[in-house]
Design a protein around this ligand. Structure first.
Ligand SMILES: [Zn+2]
Length: 227
């Protein structure tokens, strides 16, 4: 481990302890305006700028796609900090935001779903981070239908944001394997960001090849092109 990495780990850990301490002493603050809040990452007023609540019909292999929040500004930064700066203390707050965005429409959708799963992080990245972001954010859906290991990454892929949209599909082709029985089942796949949908579409493709009746996606955030 390089000195920089050690320094970063110490800094993040100190940051985590401080945040916990701050929450005990000063209570929680909105990630945008710093107003005191009880739950989630935003105050009610700031949340309005981030809520997307978009429900799309068919997107290639996906029968439907549900997008909860706009991937922008402070929320984009928070996800970045979780994924690349190791700030896992933000995860429970983001999970509460996902729960707050849960609407009657989504509840209705869930009625038809047999299996809920997540886009799996590559084992290498998961080991580095110590957690799987989509799994952590959507952990509140945990229940009988939750099968977190339904999809397995059989090949590592490059971070897709580094690639042109046309190359993303190529990069993810064949990267997943289905581990479980999905024949005749309605599957919901959760992910943290919906950008071009390449990853979710690839996941839907392998699930449908394995016999799934329908595959829908639930994304915590969606990038601007999808608004
Ligand atoms: Zn606020």
């Amino acid at each position: 481990m390089s000195l920089l990495k050690v320094a970063k780990a110490v800094y993040n850990n100190v940051g985590y302890q401080c945040r916990l301490l701050c929450e005990i002493i000063y209570s929680r603050q909105c990630g945008v305006c710093r107003q005191e809040i009880d739950t989630g990452y935003f105050c009610e007023s700031c949340r309005k700028n981030f809520v997307l609540g978009k429900v799309c019909g068919q997107v290639e292999n996906l029968d439907a796609a549900f997008m909860l929040y706009k991937y922008q500004q402070e929320l984009q930064q928070a996800i970045h900090n979780v994924k690349f700066e190791g700030q896992k203390n933000l995860l429970p707050l983001l999970r509460e935001e996902a729960q707050l965005a849960w609407s009657c429409e989504l509840e209705k959708l869930l009625g038809e779903i047999d299996i809920i799963t997540c886009v799996p992080t590559s084992p290498q990245r998961k080991q580095q981070r110590g957690f799987d972001v989509p799994q952590e954010i959507f952990a509140f859906l945990d229940g009988e239908r939750w099968q977190e290991d339904l999809l397995k990454r059989v090949r590592n892929t490059m971070p897709l944001f580094e690639l042109e949209p046309a190359l993303r599909r190529q990069e993810v082709a064949g990267c997943f394997e289905v581990q479980g029985i999905v024949e005749g089942k309605h599957v919901l796949i959760c992910d943290d960001i919906f950008t071009t949908g390449s990853t979710l579409n690839e996941a839907a493709l392998v699930l449908k090849r394995a016999g799934a009746s329908s595959v829908s996606a639930l994304a915590f955030t969606a990038s601007k092109d999808n608004w």
